[in-house]
Design a protein around this ligand. Sequence first.
Ligand code: DOR
Ligand code: ZN
Length: 457
Amino acid sequence: MTADLVVRNCTVVTPAGRTPDAGVAVEDGTIVAVGRPDSLPDAERVLDAGGNFLVPGIVDGHIHNREPGLEYKEDWESATRAAAAGGVTTVVGMPNTDPVVDRPEHLELKFERGEAKAHVDFQSYAVVTSENLDLIPALDEAGALGYKVFLGSTVGDVPPPSDGEILEAMEKIRETGKRLGFHEENGEIIDHYTERFRAEGRNEPIDHSHSRPVIAEREAIERMITFAEETGAKIHMFHVSSGSGAEAVARGKERGVDVTAETCPHYLWFTEDVMAEKGNVARIQPPIRDEAERERLWNAFEDGAIDCIATDHAPHTDEEKLVDDPFGNTWDAISGFVGLETEVPVMLTFVDEGRLSAEEWVYRHSTRPAQVWGMYPAKGSLQVGTDADFTVVDPDSEWTLDDRTDLHSKNTVTPFEGETFAGKATATVVRGEVVYEDGAVVGESGYGTRVDVDADD
Ligand code: DOR
Ligand code: ZN
């Protein structure tokens, strides 16, 4: 047999361990062999990984790709170009687009645009509001990966459903077998402090952070866990920012609730001191927490309370982020920043520092998100017969993000500008096609396809 592609000369890392001096062979977009050089077939194309790590493709279950409707910030092409350059082979788009993804036609529109433009594979969540509870089964049939509820006000102003409506939504979603994720901030708490701080003239970037206190996150997590305990729904906590929140997730898991959670690189990397250093550039919802909360988040992450890493990649224009006046009135600034091209470097830096093993990183950043969202083992594994999605990383290269405009997104504001990392992606392979190598996105726009999670239904 002659394979289409062999990636050789790498250390293959999976959650189960590492194999030095190994490689992977691909035929028709699927893995046909993994192992030592003498076990691999000849191939039409051989990619020398230069002794680097080869891992199952990174899965980012939380990006704001902004299309349809907000293409001035980002679109499927630019978001997935950034993904390819960042070593990310599958992305899942958030539903706070324009229109919001609240009915099958809007989901289909989002998928069509992705099919036309994406560089890597993709999926999308559907939003649940007071208005669309009856559409939950139809959104499942239209192929949504899962569902999202915004419990508190955030970018996009999607109104939260009532607690009764959430209970009903959980019952309906349980029937689909899919998972319901939350923007888990108690809306009444954050609205109260936002109004109070604004009335008092507290306008600094850190005031925005403190207007959304940890208790708002913890309470929302605990309430949704209680609802899931009652209804039997599978739930997920997006962007857990605090140790208090992560510990609440751990208690839910101990109670036997099917609750999964993610945190984001910025909550593990920065403390709220970044607001004094970088101002509104680092403004995000939920906000970056203090040192004590970050340490507790790390501990909970190590203990397994947090299943996955995801970015919350949220591009906005320089004007919206007040880049020219980063310490200007925070209530005039918007929340969110890009992350697709720094998530692998951040996590490899933690590996380099010995905070987690490479195997644990791969589990949290590829295998586990694929499992949580029902895409495993097609995504998130290196098993023979599954999609040939790989990320090749150099775990030793030290580099600094000197100039954010080197990033591939349409808008590139990020607090990671100026930070130094140990490691980066050197090649990205999606279903056997090399989409990024030697610092250049070489794949074609439109190659990426929707991950079909309902094929066997
Ligand atoms: O900071 C944020 N930005 N938090 C969110 O919940 C949404 C996101 C966005 O869409 O920009
Ligand atoms: Zn988000």
